[in-house]
Design a protein around this ligand. Sequence first.
Ligand SMILES: [Fe+2]
Length: 304
Amino acid sequence: MSSFPRNSIIKWLVAVIFAGCFFLRTLPSQTSSRNDFHFAIIGDRTGDAQPQIFGRVWREVDLMHPDFVLNVGDTIQGGGDAAAEKQWAELRPLWKRYSHYPLYFTAGNHDIFSKASEELYVKETGRQPFYSFDYQDAHFTILDNSRVRDMSEEQLAFLEKDLKANRNKNPKIVVFHKDYWIGLLRGGNNDFPLHKIVRDNGVKHVISGHGHNFVRIVRDGVAYMEVGSSGGGMKGKFLRGAGFKEGCFYHHVWARVQGGEVKFTVKELDGQFGKGRMFAAEDWDEKGPHFDISDPSIDGKPQT
Ligand SMILES: [Fe+2]
């Protein structure tokens, strides 16, 4: 009986081990995450800021004791470099009052509109226009599309590099201000550059602002969510007949992260400025709410 040459067996084994290692490196991260934390998301404060709303939102957020707060941009009204300086200065007492929370800013078109406003933004917020950070095993990438319609090549390259460098983090959440994905996804485009990058790199959530209404669309396992107004004006939308079903209500969003899962709860303001409705973000899709908007708790009412 002829024996198989020993050198061939060794070469074959080395090739199998090498191929196995390469295959494992190309797999999305399957590491289990030990996350257990909460964060709050605050929507647009401007343009056309409504007095008191932003303060009410912050008070509610503070009473829920998040581990950190994230915003989606348009913090100041802007409108010129001199005006911006004064507007940021007016907000300093508010940041001081809630300085016990790390606050992660996102750059909106009202915040950054010139070189000087960009420098002012960095000085006042302590954040770069784009950056990323970890919280426990979760990874957040904050992009800057404040001065473009969609997303620049530079930002897409940063995102892809950042996601690949943090492949073992879970969940991965991407945040930027302008909600340009709404028109693309509603139009049936599931292949635009940002979507391909997030889909192929294990991102579960993309969060934006800008439109002053709540929107949520899921594509290829990626949940896109626009956090609407936390003070930004909606008068024009109301005059055109838009309301809760169209996502036009003052709110903030509470995020519960356990392991690799994130549950978002949307909280409408109470009283004079809203009806205090609360609902799970997943009960809202591109057709709007899946519940009786007069009382979202009707379906989940306890029997006793
Ligand atoms: Fe905006």
